[in-house]
Write a protein that binds this ligand. Structure first.
Ligand code: BGC
Length: 736
C-alpha cells in the first residue's frame, strides 16, 4: 500500500497525464476498494433501525477513575470494552464491530495505568519525528503504534496530532510535527498511511487551529480565510489527500467565533465539500455543546461524559423528529462511519498479527537518532573523543531516565516509568494529567556504557557550586536540561524552569568544554548559548532516547535532524509576545488574532526581518554537505547533494520559494532527507506542490503571472543564490 499512496500523491500533483501504468492500476484498485466500502456502508445503513443508527453516533470514555469511578456504570459496560480513550457500541446483527479507540501518535497509551501492567512502545515526541524530515519513518512509527493498538484489541487510533506550531509555548507542541504546512502535511499523511496499513482507523487532529492549551475550550482563534487555507488547513489537506484517514477529530477551540466541532464552514464547506472528505468527523472529548453540531458537520460525539449532555442521542433524535436533522443527514453520518470502518478492515478483521516489540523499539530508536538536532558544535567539541578521560554528567534525573510529555499522549513503555512526579497546580479539568514522567533508560548509564574507558561522574544539578566542582575536575561536562510540557497547559515563556540556567552558567564557568543536551517539548531560551561549546536538542526522545543521545554524543550516530520549528530569539519576536488570556481562570473567553496569517514560524521571521536564535531547518552534522546546480521550472526541481566530508551522514535538502515578482516570501516548497557515504553525490528531484506558490482566492488557488525565485536552504535563513523562473498565470479550484 505504501507505494500506492506515494505514487497517487505524486500523480495528483503532476496531473493524470503523468501517471505511470502501475500508478494507474493502483489508483484504480484503491478507487474500487473505496467504492466497495461506500457500497457496503450504504446497503448496511439501509438495514438499520434508527436506534442502531444513533448508537453509532456517540460513545463514552471507558476510564474507571476519578469522577468516573462508578462501579454501577462500569457494570453496564459491554463485554468488549477495553479501558482507554473511547468506546462506541457496534451492531452485531449487521456485522458492525464496536469502535475501541486509543490514544495516540506517540504510542498506545494506558492512562493512569488503568490496564494493569499493559505497556507499549513509546516513541519520541512528534517534533523529533518532524526533525527527521523522513516520511518513511513517520510511516514506520505509526505502523508500529497501530499494530500494537490492534493487538490489544483497539481498532481506532486517535493519532495523529498535526496542528501547526504557531506558539512555541504551547504545551502540546511535542505531540505535533512542525510549523510548516508542507512538512506537517507530508509527515502527517505518511503517519496515517502507516497506521491504517495495520488495519485500524487513523485520526488526524485537532481540526483546526488548536495552537494553544490556555483556555482551550474557550479560545477563539480569529483568522482570515485565505491565511487559514494556506497554513493549518493546507497541512490537514495534504495529510488527508495523501493518507485518507478514516476520521478527522475536530478541536476544542473556536475558529472565527464558532466552536470547531460545530463549525459549519470548517466541517461542511472546507472538509466535506471542497476537499470531498468521505470519512467521519469525531469530536474531541468534551468539545460538543449542542445536538445542532450534527447539522454543522459533526458526525460523532466522542467521550460523551465529558460534555454537559449526550447530545447525539435523545436530543438529536428530537431533532430528527422535528425535521431539523434530515433523514439524509442522519444516513450520511452513519455511512461515513461505516465506510471508514469497512475501508480500513475493521469490519472483516481477523485475529491481530503478533507484534515484534524488538522491531518497534528499533523504530523508536531510529526516530530518536534521526530526530536529534545538533544545534551548535564549536571547535568540533562533538563527537566526544574516543579517548576522553573524564566526563561530568550533570542535571536533574540524568541518572534516572528521559523526560516525556504529559497528557493523553503519554505512554507506558515496556521498561516502565522510572519516575512519576505529580507536578501539582493546575486545578482545571486536566490537572490530574500533570505528572512528570521519566521513561526508564538513563543517559548517565548509556554514556557509561558508550565510554567504558572514561570516568563518568554525576552531579544532580541541585547546586551550582557542586556542578562547577565536578565540571572543573573533568575533561568535558555534559549538562542535561529539561522542561516538562503537557496537554492542558502552556508555559509563560521560553525559559528553563528552576535553576537550570544557573547550573549551566556555573558549569561552563568551571569548564569551557561544556555541552548542553535539551530534553524539551519546545524551543527554549539559552542565555548561556555563547559560552557553551555544543548544544544538542533531543526533544522528548522516547523509550530508547538515552541510547540514541549517547550514540550522537559519542559519534556512533552522525546527527541529521533539522529543526521543524524556529527557536525564537525572544518572545518579543513572536506574533503574540504574550499568550492571550494566560493566567486567567480556566474557561475564560479569549480571542486570539492570528495576525501572522499564513506566515507561521520562519515565514513570520522572514516577513518581519527577524533572525531566529536557530532557524527552521537548521541542524549540524559531523560531516559536510554541498548542494549545487539548482534547476527548476516551478513544477519540479533538481540539484545535486554531495557529502564533502569524511564521515557517512544524512542531510535534509530544502528548497524554498524566496520571492514572487520581486516581493520577498519564504516558503518551503520541497525537501528530502539524503543519506550519503563520504565523497558520494546524488541528484535529487523534487515535485513542487503548486499550492505552495499560490494564494487562496476565495474559491480556489491563483498563481499570478510573474518571476518566481527559488533557493536551496541550509535552513530557512541560509539560502543559495536564487534561480528565477517565469510562470504563467494559473487559477484552479480547490480539490483533493
Ligand atoms: C485530547 C485528544 C485525545 C482525547 C482522548 C482529549 O483531551 O485533546 O487529543 O485524543 O482527549 O483521550
Amino acid at each position: 500500500m505504501r507505494g500506492y499512496y506515494a505514487t497517487t500523491a505524486l500523480a495528483m500533483l503532476l496531473g493524470c497525464a503523468a501517471m505511470t501504468a502501475s500508478a494507474k492500476d493502483q489508483a484504480a484498485s484503491f478507487a474500487a476498494a473505496e467504492a466497495a466500502a461506500d457500497d457496503w456502508a450504504a446497503k448496511t445503513e439501509a438495514q438499520m433501525t434508527d436506534d442502531e443508527r444513533f448508537s453509532l453516533l456517540h460513545g463514552f470514555m471507558p476510564i474507571p477513575i476519578g469522577p468516573y469511578a462508578d462501579p454501577e456504570w462500569q457494570a453496564k459496560w459491554p463485554k468488549d470494552v477495553i479501558p482507554g480513550a473511547g468506546y462506541v457500541a457496534g451492531v452485531p446483527r449487521l456485522g458492525i464491530p464496536s469502535q475501541r479507540a486509543t490514544d495516540a501518535s506517540l504510542g498506545v497509551t494506558n492512562p493512569f495505568g488503568i490496564r494493569k501492567g499493559d505497556s507499549a512502545t513509546a516513541l519520541p515526541a512528534g517534533l523529533a519525528l518532524g526533525a527527521s524530515f523522513n516520511p518513511d519513518l513517520a510511516f514506520a512509527g505509526a505502523e508500529a503504534v497501530a499494530s500494537e493498538a490492534r493487538a490489544k484489541g483497539f481498532n481506532v487510533l486517535l493519532g495523529g496530532g498535526m496542528n501547526l506550531i504557531r506558539d512555541p509555548r504551547n504545551g502540546r507542541n511535542f505531540e505535533y510535527i512542525s510549523e510548516d504546512p508542507l512538512l506537517s502535511g507530508v509527515m502527517g499523511g505518511a503517519a496515517v498511511r502507516g497506521a491504517q496499513s495495520a488495519g485500524v482507523v487513523s485520526t488526524v487532529k485537532h481540526f483546526s487551529l488548536n495552537s494553544n492549551e490556555t483556555n482551550r475550550h474557550t479560545w477563539n482563534a480569529e483568522i482570515d480565510e485565505a491565511a487559514h487555507r494556506e497554513s493549518d488547513l493546507l497541512a490537514f489537506q495534504i495529510a488527508i489527500e495523501r493518507g485518507h484517514p478514516g476520521s478527522v477529530m475536530c478541536a476544542y477551540n473556536l475558529v472565527n467565533g464558532q466552536k470547531a466541532c460545530g463549525n459549519d464552514h470548517l466541517l461542511n464547506t472546507v472538509l466535506k465539500k471542497d476537499w470531498r472528505y468521505k470519512g467521519w468527523v469525531m469530536s474531541d472529548w468534551g468539545a460538543v455543546s449542542g445536538a445542532d453540531f450534527a447539522v454543522k458537520g459533526l458526525d460523532q460525539q466522542a467521550g460523551e461524559q465529558l460534555d454537559k449532555q449526550v447530545w447525539f442521542d435523545a436530543p438529536l433524535k428530537a431533532k430528527l423528529a422535528d425535521g431539523s436533522l434530515t433523514r439524509d443527514r442522519l444516513s450520511d453520518m452513519v455511512r461515513r462511519i461505516l465506510r471508514s470502518m469497512k475501508a480500513n478492515g475493521l469490519v472483516d478483521a481477523g485475529p491481530a498479527p503478533a507484534v515484534d516489540m524488538a522491531a518497534h523499539a528499533a523504530v523508536a530508536r531510529r526516530i530518536a537518532e534521526q530526530g536529534i538536532v545538533l544545534l551548535k558544535n564549536d571547535t568540533n567539541a562533538l563527537p566526544l573523543a574516543a579517548n576522553v578521560g573524564s566526563v561530568a554528567v550533570i542535571g536533574r534525573n540524568a541518572h534516572v531516565g528521559v523526560l516525556s510529555g504529559g497528557g493523553s499522549s503519554q505512554g507506558l513503555p515496556p521498561r516502565g516509568w522510572a519516575a512519576s512526579i505529580p507536578v501539582g497546580g493546575g486545578e482545571g479539568s486536566i490537572g490530574a494529567w500533570r505528572i512528570e514522567r521519566w521513561f526508564a533508560g538513563a543517559p548517565l548509564a548509556a554514556l557509561r556504557e558508550a565510554l567504558p574507558k572514561a570516568h563518568v561522574g554525576f552531579d544532580p544539578g541541585l547546586y551550582p557550586q557542586d556542578a562547577a566542582a565536578l565540571a572543573a575536575r573533568s575533561d568535558v561536562a555534559i549538562v542535561f536540561v529539561s522542561k516538562y510540557e503537557a496537554e492542558g497547559f502552556d508555559s509563560p515563556d521560553l525559559s528553563l524552569p528552576g535553576n537550570q540556567d544557573a547550573i549551566v552558567e556555573a558549569t561552563v564557568a568551571a569548564n569551557p568544554n561544556t555541552i548542553v543536551v535539551l530534553e524539551t517539548g519546545n524551543p527554549v531560551a539559552m542565555p548561556w548559548l555563547d559560552k557553551v561549546k555544543a548544544v544538542v536538542a533531543a526533544w522528548y526522545p522516547g523509550q530508547e532516547g538515552a541510547a540514541a543521545i549517547a550514540d550522537v554524543l559519542t559519534g556512533k550516530v552522525n546527527p541529521s535532524g533539522r529543526l521543524p520549528v524556529s527557536f525564537p530569539a525572544s518572545t518579543d519576536t513572536l506574533p503574540r509576545p504574550a499568550i492571550p488570556g494566560y493566567g486567567t481562570p480556566e474557561n475564560t473567553h479569549v480571542t486570539a488574532t492570528m495576525n501572522e496569517g499564513s506566515d507561521v514560524g520562519y515565514r513570520w521571521n522572514a516577513r518581519t526581518g527577524v533572525k531566529a536564535l536557530f532557524p527552521f531547518g537548521h541542524g549540524l552534522s559531523y560531516t559536510r554537505f554541498a548542494t549545487d546546480g539548482l534547476r527548476t521550472d516551478g513544477a519540479t526541481a533538481s540539484f545535486t547533494v554531495r557529502n564533502s566530508g569524511e564521515r557517512a551522514g544524512a542531510t535534509v535538502a530544502q528548497l524554498y520559494l524566496v520571492s514572487r515578482d520581486g516581493k520577498p516570501v519564504r516558503r518551503l516548497v520541497g525537501f528530502q532527507r539524503v543519506e550519503l557515504a563520504p565523497g558520494a553525490e546524488r541528484t535529487i528531484r523534487l515535485t513542487i506542490d503548486p499550492r505552495l506558490l499560490a494564494d487562496w482566492n476565495g474559491t480556489g488557488w491563483t498563481i499570478a503571472k510573474g518571476d518566481y525565485r527559488f533557493a536551496l536552504g541550509e535552513d530557512a535563513e541560509t539560502l543559495s543564490t536564487p534561480v528565477a523562473v517565469s510562470l504563467k498565470a494559473r487559477v484552479w479550484q480547490d480539490r483533493s
